[in-house]
Design a protein around this ligand. Structure first.
Ligand code: 5RP
Length: 221
């Protein structure tokens, strides 16, 4: 079985009756949502909060009842993917461009689960570029300011156009190679005017579900 499916379905086991459930974005979260859909069809009573328009569509297709985030002050559990993770369960997210909604939902979540296969594992974050969501206004200025933090900045493209997020913003991918102090970096990035949010999700994951070389499930608590 595909490791993404194995860990996605494993994470779905943590979803229980009555919970408000944050539904992640991406090809690993897809498997968790499919499994949750199956559990709902078998009687599980939950309400979902999607982290992106694409996940909202998938949740509809799975008949998972949804709730408006505006009405919530906490979410019981969220299951989401990641682009890179370190041994402290700090992660880089936003490869799919959904990092803003993902971070808002993560920040409201009591039990945040990251699902990421072994290929995303890293001793020190930075192999994957940090996606930063920025306002379209003066995005080039914001990009130059980001570059002063010591990274190479590339504007995310969608074919020949700038990639547009669900929130009508742009994404600047910041290539650091190696991030020694992610907490400091996250603060520095978010201080730059024009930055909406960054893809460093630090000290948020309660559980990280991954696989080893043999494809077996490994859980970091
Ligand atoms: C989307 C994300 C995804 O969770 C991340 O890109 C991982 O995706 P995948 O599971 O497809 O590798 O952060 O914004």
């Amino acid at each position: 079985m595909n490791p993404k499916q194995i860990i996605g379905e494993k994470a779905a086991e943590y979803v229980k009756d009555g919970m408000i459930v944050g539904l992640g974005t991406g090809s690993t979260a897809y498997w968790a949502i499919r499994k949750i859909g199956e559990l709902v069809r078998n009687g599980l009573q939950i309400k979902g909060v999607p982290t992106s328009k694409s996940t909202e569509k998938l949740a509809f297709a799975e008949n998972i009842p949804l709730v408006e985030i505006a009405d919530l002050d906490h979410i019981d559990i969220t299951i989401d993917g990641a682009d890179e993770f370190d041994p402290r369960k700090n992660v880089i997210k936003g490869g799919g461009g959904a990092l803003l909604r993902e971070k808002i939902i993560a920040s409201l979540t009591d039990f945040y689960i990251i699902i990421a296969d072994a290929s995303k594992s890293s001793g020190t974050l930075g192999t994957y570029p940090v996606p930063v969501e920025v306002t379209p206004f003066a995005w080039q200025v914001t990009g130059r300011q980001l570059g002063k933090l010591g990274c190479r900045v590339s504007a995310r493209m969608d074919q020949a156009q700038l990639f547009i997020t669900d929130n009508k913003n742009y994404i600047l991918d910041c290539h650091f190679d190696r991030i020694e102090h992610p907490e400091e970096l996250a603060v520095q990035i978010n201080r730059i005017p024009g930055v909406v949010e960054n893809g460093l999700f630090l000290n948020m994951a309660r559980l990280l579900i991954t696989t080893n070389e043999k494809g077996e499930i490994v859980i970091f608590e």
